[in-house]
Design a protein around this ligand. Structure first.
Ligand code: SAH
Length: 217
């Protein structure tokens, strides 16, 4: 299978055609070998328009969702980014292409280890992966210019808002277990500006400031 041309089509027909415009996002998604982030038997589907299973009951997000969330973060090359929900590490790689430094937290040890291996093999040196509960952020390295949560939360975790730099952006799916809306929260002084974007469906954010346990949702 010709993964390079599959990737080009993905960018053309799934991203540009639906309004993704940021050149840095389009460029990163055309560059990164998404098929290396899914189990081998699913590689041929890696550039299709839907999420895929990555084991442990989790999924790699649909390409369009990765693109829109990244675009909303408005990353600059000097930014420090926190990602909650490493999963396969695909979104992490995109962030690492666009920002200076990325810290990514994953609660499932096996996924965190696999992602770490993948990203090291691909040569990334500006990523730190941590295993733990990212619903309360990662205070040791605060503050962040951008925070992205790739799991659905019942509400916006206060700790994440508090770890934003002035002008920092937080992008997070918020809502019920089966349907959420993508929110962008921007820190402006003591206020937080809230924008509502597309509706979406993510696996649950499980943690002290997300869903408390599996089964509650
Ligand atoms: N961006 C990932 C999406 C993975 S799915 C990708 O494209 O591959 C969301 C991930 O969030 C899952 O791997 C899940 O285990 C993780 N997760 C859920 N709650 C979490 C929490 N509180 N802290 C860190 N990771 C969490």
């Amino acid at each position: 299978m010709d993964f390079t041309s599959a990737r080009k089509s993905m960018v053309e027909y799934q991203l540009k055609a639906r309004g993704i415009q940021a050149p840095n996002v389009l460029h990163a998604m055309e560059k990164i070998p998404r098929h290396l982030f899914v189990p081998e038997e699913l590689q041929e589907y890696a550039y299709e328009d839907h999420p895929l299973s990555i084991g442990c009951g989790q999924t790699i997000s649909q390409p369009y969702m990765v693109a829109i969330m990244t675009e909303l973060l408005e990353l600059k090359p000097s930014d420090k980014v926190l990602e909650v929900g490493t999963g396969s590490g695909y979104q992490t790689a995109i962030l690492a292409e666009l920002a200076q430094y990325v810290i990514s937290i994953e609660r499932i040890h096996e996924l965190a280890e696999e992602a770490k291996k993948r990203l090291t093999n691909l040569g990334y040196t500006n990523i730190k992966i941590i295993c733990g509960d990212g619903s309360k952020g990662y205070p040791p390295e605060k503050y962040y210019d951008a925070i992205i949560v790739t799991a659905g939360s019942p509400e916006v975790p206060e700790s994440l808002k508090k770890q934003l730099n002035e002008g920092g952006r937080l992008v997070i799916p918020v809502g019920g277990a089966n349907l959420q809306v993508l929110l962008k929260i921007i820190k402006q002084g003591n206020d937080y500006l809230i924008e509502k974007h597309t509706s979406c469906i993510f696996v649950p954010l499980i943690g002290s400031e997300g869903w408390r346990k599996i089964g509650e949702n």
